[in-house]
Every structure is written in C-alpha cells, then in structure tokens.
Design a protein around this ligand. Structure first.
Ligand SMILES: *Cc1c(COP(=O)(O)O)cnc(C)c1O
Length: 392
C-alpha cells in the first residue's frame, strides 16, 4: 500500500505560511559563545545584548569548576526523578542555600522555571478555586493557570484597583472559590518594570488569598540581588516565591522558595516535580556555586547597577526613549517589520538585540529588548547606544 500523507501536514504547512507572511517566523541561530558578552559566528564576533545572564555567571571560573566537580562526583545525568533516584547531597545543599538566600523555610528545585510555574500553580489551585493573574504575566504562568482548571481572572497590568474589584467580587460569593491565588511577575520580562509587591501583599492579606511572585528577572538584580521580597522589605513574607536557576544563576532549572507546608505539599502534588527526571549534577553544582559567588562577590551586583545607570543615562542623552526599573530595556518600535529590520541592521553592525514580536507581546507592541549584564563594560555599552542611534 502506498504511504498516505496525513492531512494534518497540509494544515501545518498552511499555518507556517501564515506565520511567515505575518513576519512572525522564528528559528534559533547557532552561535559559539566565547564569553558572557561575546559570541562568534562565521568568524565574526557579536556583542550579546539579549541574554538574561545578568551577572555573567555562565562564564565565571568558580561556577564552571563547580559544574565539572559535580560531574566528577556524581556523573552526567541524574538518572531519575527526585522522588525516585535523582536526589543527591548537592540538591539538598542547593535547596537549603536557596531558602536561606530568599529568607524562607524551604526551597524546592524544579527542572526549569517554566515547569516551576506550571507545576506549582496547577498544584496550588484546581477546579473550584480561583487564580487571578496580571495581564502581562509570563507565558509559563498563563499555562500554569490554564492547566490548573481553576477559574481564571486577569487584572489590568499592575492595576491594584482592578485586582481589588475582582477579589471583592470573589469574596461576595460571585464565585464559590475555596482557594484564591494571586500570581504576578515581580519584574516583567518584556517591560522591565516592577510589580507593586507591597500593595499586592496587602490585598492578599486583606482577602485571604495566596500570593505567588515570579522572580525570574529579579533574582540577582533587585533587592541587592535577593529579589523582589527584599526590594519591598517583605523578606520571608511572600507565600510563594518562584525563581529560575537559568538567568542570574548561570545554570538551568527553576525553584520555589516557600514554607515547609507548601514545600511538602508541592513535592507530593506538583506533577512537573514528580514526573520528570531531575536536572543534571552539573546544573545543580553550577547553580549552587553561582549563589555562593553572588554573596561572596557583591561587586558583581554593584557593577550591574553601574551598567544599568550608565545605559539609562547614555540612552537618554541619545534621545532614545526607554523606561525601565531593572536590567531589561524595552525599546518600543511597534511595527513588527520595522522591529525586525532594526534588529537585522544592528546584527550587521555586530550587535545582538532581540526583536520581540507577537505572541510574546500584544499586536502593535513589538519592540527591541536589550538586556545589560555585569559582564559588559562601558565601551561596549557606548557602542550599543551609538549603533542604536544610527539605526533607529
Ligand atoms: C524565563 C522566565 C521563566 C521560565 O524560566 P526558565 O528557567 O527559562 O524555564 C518563568 N518566568 C519568567 C517571568 C521568565 O522570564
């Protein structure tokens, strides 16, 4: 019998054609990373202004050595899920260090930040519960909310009045939820602004809700590097603080810093924790050492703050409008095609800056997203501003 082509194939081809037509087609580019700020491709060096490696720790000697030592000690793979065979002393030590760093009783490591959100949210709320989410939250939060089966409400970006309205309605029995969960990014990944955690905590307390805060872009950056709770003087108070090992911590993995009760609950309920092979010993060793380096070398965080201030001032002087409170600099260009053209022109000048398009951001809000790290120097940043001025 002749092999038949599944009819699905033509549907996928059509969808890909549509994506291309809309200038939304994506494919990864392969680079050779040379340092925390520079990559090489076809014999040419490019300045990396698009990574979330905020403290440059992916290339720190101590962190690299710790990863190698972890392999020498425990091998290349973890061989199983944490609850089966994948736990080892480095894991326990990392979770203890993370909890200490965040000021919580417990930390639980997941395999990615994405899985930490999906696993945690879908464990904390379910059918009959309510989850209320900021409209600009990260995709992994949105997916966690969807997967949970809980009723979902979305409040306008950082709009505390709107959030309170929704909480009040929920309380008035408009919905019969048993658990109410408020979820938010602390540092919004495409805008670089900060959620009003003090007000969010106040509302959570007033309406007997749980508060989950995603610190993916806050850890290593705000609150002297400890994240948003510290930034708002709420150390140890936020019910669930989520983080990733893959940005400032130079490794891969995600974590939740929380109470003993919720930590124990998640270990028993979060499917993303239970049913997936643990990250490798090298990942754990690198993250643990990175956390130690952040604390031993406060000059790294200071350098990041200096670079942020320098870049803000230089962009302002070049009349390039950017609003940010963190290491993420969004340069709003609106039109998708124009954004791509600018990103390409910068690439030809040897600078990598991502073009962010729908569905990552709303339609007509395409932008260039520039991220600065502690590893950049002033000369590099000055060059970026100069080239940006040339192409904008
Ligand atoms: C990057 C990111 C995540 C996902 O973390 P990974 O470790 O990359 O999976 C979750 N939340 C936010 C806000 C992020 O920016």
């Amino acid at each position: 019998m002749k092999d038949a082509t599944p009819s699905a194939f033509s549907l996928y081809e059509k969808e890909l054609d549509y994506i291309k037509k809309e200038k939304l087609f994506r494919a990864p580019t392969t680079y050779n990373p040379i340092s925390a700020t520079t990559v090489e491709k076809d014999g040419r060096h490019y300045l990396m202004m698009a990574s979330n490696n905020y403290l440059g720790l992916t290339h720190h000697e101590r962190v690299k050595k710790a990863a190698q030592e972890a392999i020498a000690l425990y091998g290349t793979g973890s061989g199983g899920a944490r609850l089966v065979s994948g736990s080892h002393p480095l894991f326990e030590a990392l979770e203890k260090d993370l909890a200490h760093f965040k000021g919580t009783e417990r930390a639980i490591v997941y395999n990615t930040g994405y899985m930490a959100n999906v696993g945690t949210i879908s464990a904390l709320v379910g059918k009959g519960d309510l989850v209320i989410s900021d409209e600009l939250n990260h995709a992994s939060i949105i997916d966690g909310c969807r997967l949970s089966g809980a009723q979902r409400l979305v409040y306008k970006h950082k709009d505390m009045k709107h959030l309170e309205e929704l909480l009040r309605e929920a309380q008035n029995g408009a919905t019969s939820a048993s658990v109410r969960l408020i979820v938010t990014d602390s540092v919004f990944s495409m805008d670089g602004d900060i959620a009003p955690l003090d007000e969010l905590y106040g509302l959570a307390t007033k309406y007997d809700a749980l508060l989950l805060v995603d610190d993916a872009h806050a850890t290593g950056v705000i609150g002297h590097g400890h994240g948003s709770a510290e930034h708002f003087n709420l150390r140890g108070k936020i019910h669930v603080q989520l983080g990733t090992l893959s940005k400032s911590l130079g490794s891969v993995g995600g974590f939740v810093a929380t109470s003993d009760l919720i930590g124990t609950y998640l270990r028993n309920k979060a499917r993303a924790y239970i049913f997936s092979t643990a990250i490798s010993p090298a990942d754990v060793g690198a993250a643990k050492e990175a956390l130690a380096v952040i604390q031993d070398e406060p000059q790294l965080h200071e350098k990041l703050m200096v670079n942020i201030a320098y870049l803000k001032k230089a962009l302002h002087e070049a009349s390039i409008a950017v609003e940010t409170e963190t290491a993420i600099f969004p340069i709003i260009t609106k039109d998708t095609e124009k954004t791509l053209a600018i990103s390409k022109a910068l690439y030809e000048k040897g600078i990598i800056l991502s073009a962010i398009r729908p569905p990552t951001v709303p339609v007509n809000e395409s932008r260039l997203r520039l991220t600065v790290t502690a590893a950049h120097d002033e000369e590099q940043l000055a060059r970026v501003v100069r080239e940006l001025r040339g192409v904008l």
